[in-house]
Design a protein around this ligand. Structure first.
Ligand code: ZN
Ligand code: ZN
Length: 145
């Protein structure tokens, strides 16, 4: 049994991990808007070696896009039965990591609070900023200058 567990809407896909995420962000990019249907998505960076998933998934590749968190490319993974977006892998910018969508965690008390908000250039004007670091684009882009 993993310490932290999650599942899609129908339960056909389940996953787990033991270690706390190394990074958690609210992403306001246009890809996250379209994939989630909401103004933003909250994701947690987990080590791929700590991440186990069961059930049939399919993924959709987002090509390189510096204006969204796709960055140099990634795959968003979803359940083939219910279509819930569950996690993101094959991250060109974070090799060896996966982004877990926090909305798929089993318990509301398992959510990790975001440490930063990213791609705020595409935040809707009615969405207030949290009192945490804000990045116009990605964190790596911001720290690389
Ligand atoms: Zn499902
Ligand atoms: Zn995003």
């Amino acid at each position: 049994m993993s310490t932290y567990q999650g599942h899609c809407a129908c339960g056909a896909v389940t996953y787990g991990f033991d270690d706390e995420p190394s990074f958690v962000a609210n992403c306001h990019c246009t890809d996250c808007k379209r994939a989630s249907g909401g103004e933003m998505a909250t994701f947690a960076l987990i080590s791929a070696s700590d991440f186990t998933v069961k059930g049939e998934t399919r993924s959709f590749h987002y090509p390189k896009n510096p204006e969204t968190c796709a960055g140099n490319g990634l795959d968003r993974v979803f359940c083939v039965v219910c279509g819930s977006r569950v996690y993101t892998d094959n991250l060109a910018d974070f090799p060896g990591g996966v982004f877990v969508q926090e909305g798929s965690l089993d318990g509301l008390d398992q959510w990790f609070p975001p440490q930063a908000e990213i791609f705020t250039w595409s935040r809707q004007p009615w969405m207030p900023a949290l009192p945490i670091p804000q990045y116009d684009h990605g964190v790596t882009a911001a720290t690389d200058g």
